[in-house]
Design a protein around this ligand. Structure first.
Ligand code: NAD
Length: 475
């Protein structure tokens, strides 16, 4: 096998300031309260990228008040006028996509190939898509005169920072709501750059406000009496707390939480294609994907052949510098997440599953985890039930379609699933019985703004994306 020469993307295209304030009412300003600042680091090198303000209760008050003030005139604009702003934002994102992709890879650790070819194109596509809806809301199927809810409090995780922001902000603005968004504490930078995009697009002050900070800031925001809608993407545990705090108020709530998706391979599936889909399903974005295909269910008769082929393919994955265009697997987003992946993987081995990783040298500095599979896994193993949120695949086998369905559904989650089979009838029959919000057939991790996304059971409720995604922001 030949070696790839390094192909690093230049980081000179992005200019990160040494510190950032909060973005409230169209202006960047330091946090008023004594919350202080926190550092955001490049997880591939542990280098400090910038210092970011922690928003306290006073700052959240100011942000919610700014969004409330802006709501009157923003919601009164004709849809076609709101659309112009969204189209403008989409085009600016396209123009600045290289800069934003490099920034996202620096702050998150994801390979530039993914931030450049997946995240950024999807971010722009979301704004284009919802811009198209802004003047057609009464044809969306939610009544003749759908009304915005008011001020939306939005809290997002670190795995797709800018894409999760787009999923939340684009439909909220298209429907006439105003927004206070809190990005995750380990990846605040792309949201702060997005604030600059809003200024460039001449978005009226207060329509989008960005407050940074950790869980406390998130809690203050979602519990604020001045917000009308809460949209949260993150862990099931925090989702539960938020559901409790919102219960009994007039706030509307959508929750996009965790997952433990089954990727089911039948004996008639094209093995090479299935292997590509398995690799994409669990190693895309280091496995930091809520809908990752983290449980492989393979029909027993082809298990050996498939696993041999999967291991050969895994041995070709390149782990390393996220800014290198040849990199397949980048850095784990934080030391805490790395610890969680290590702990659950060690438990997998202790509980008797067989662990395998291809030989690969991990960089000395930064947070890294080699792509890993566990075979001989049963439903009783914790690695078959709990979300690892890392590049770790649990392999189970089955004999009949009925057994595959039962195992696939035997999870507290229900976000996504994959089916690999040559027979359309089999794909449809199985898909019909899976309790998962998204089911991919002979593919995995395909996203499109026109397609709704969301879960069953502990994966949350409400849908984002597509026409369905408008409903969460309309009265
Ligand atoms: P997390 O729940 O710890 O944090 C998510 C966000 O919530 C962060 O911004 C955090 O600061 C904030 N937060 C923490 N405590 C809070 C509180 N008490 N009140 C309000 N906000 C609070 O999750 P994470 O570790 O950042 O993200 C990983 C999780 O997100 C995984 O479980 C993953 O499956 C899930 N996720 C789901 C989707 C989806 O669409 N279903 C997408 C991406 C990630």
């Amino acid at each position: 096998m030949f070696e790839y020469a390094p192909a690093p993307e230049s980081r000179a295209v992005v200019d990160i300031a040494p510190s950032y304030g909060l973005f409230i009412d169209g202006e960047f300003a330091p946090a008023a309260s004594s919350g202080g600042v926190f550092k955001t680091v490049n997880p591939a090198t542990e280098e400090v990228l910038s210092e970011v303000s922690t928003a306290g209760p006073e700052d959240v008050d100011r942000a919610v008040a700014a969004a409330r003030r802006a709501f009157g005139s923003w919601s009164a604009l004709p849809g076609a006028e709101r659309a112009k702003y969204l189209f403008r934002i989409a085009r600016i994102i396209q123009e600045r996509s290289r800069e934003l992709a490099v920034l996202e890879s620096l702050d998150n650790g994801k390979p530039i190939r993914e931030s450049r070819d997946v995240d950024l194109p999807l971010v722009a596509a979301h704004f284009f898509y919802y811009a198209g809806w802004a003047d057609k809301l009464r044809y969306a199927g939610f009544g003749d005169d759908p009304r915005p809810l008011g001020v939306a409090a939005q809290v997002i995780p670190w795995n797709f920072p800018l894409l999760m922001l787009a999923w939340k902000i684009a439909p909220a603005l298209a429907t006439g709501n105003t927004v206070v968004l809190k990005p995750a504490e380990t990846t605040p930078l792309s949201a702060l750059f997005f604030a600059d995009v809003c200024r460039q697009a001449d978005l009226p002050p207060g329509v989008v406000n960005i407050v940074t900070g950790a869980g406390d800031t998130g809690r203050t925001l979602v519990e604020h009496p001045g917000v009308d809608k809460v949209a949260f993407t993150g862990s099931t545990e925090v989702g539960r707390q938020i559901a409790r705090s919102v219960a009994g108020t007039r706030k509307r709530l959508t929750l996009e939480l965790g997952g433990k998706a089954a990727n089911i391979v039948f004996d008639d599936a094209p093995i090479d294609q299935a292997v590509e889909g398995i690799v994409n399903g669990i190693f895309f974005n280091q496995g930091h994907v809520c809908c990752a295909g983290s449980r492989l269910l393979v029909q027993e008769s082809v298990a050996e052949e498939l696993l041999d082929s999967l291991k050969r393919r895994m041995a070709t994955l390149r782990v390393g510098d996220p800014l290198d265009k040849n990199t397949d697997i980048g850095a784990i987003n934080s030391a805490e997440q790395l610890e969680r992946i290590r702990t659950l993987s060690d438990i997998g081995a202790e509980e008797g599953a067989e662990r395998w990783s291809p030989p690969c040298t991990l960089p000395a500095q930064g947070y890294w985890f080699a792509p890993t599979i566990f075979t001989g896994v049963t439903q009783a193993h914790r690695i078959a039930r709990e979300e690892i949120f890392g590049p770790v695949l649990s392999v189970l086998t089955f004999r009949t379609p009925a057994e595959a369905i039962e195992k696939a559904n035997n999870t507290p989650y229900g976000l996504s699933a994959g089916i690999w089979s040559d027979k359309g009838s089999q794909v449809l029959a199985v898909a019909d019985k899976l309790r998962a919000g998204v089911v991919w057939a002979n593919t995995f991790n395909k996203f499109d703004p026109t397609s709704p996304f969301g879960g069953y059971k502990e994966s949350g409720y409400g849908r984002e994306g597509g026409r369905h995604g408008l409903e969460a922001y309309l009265a």
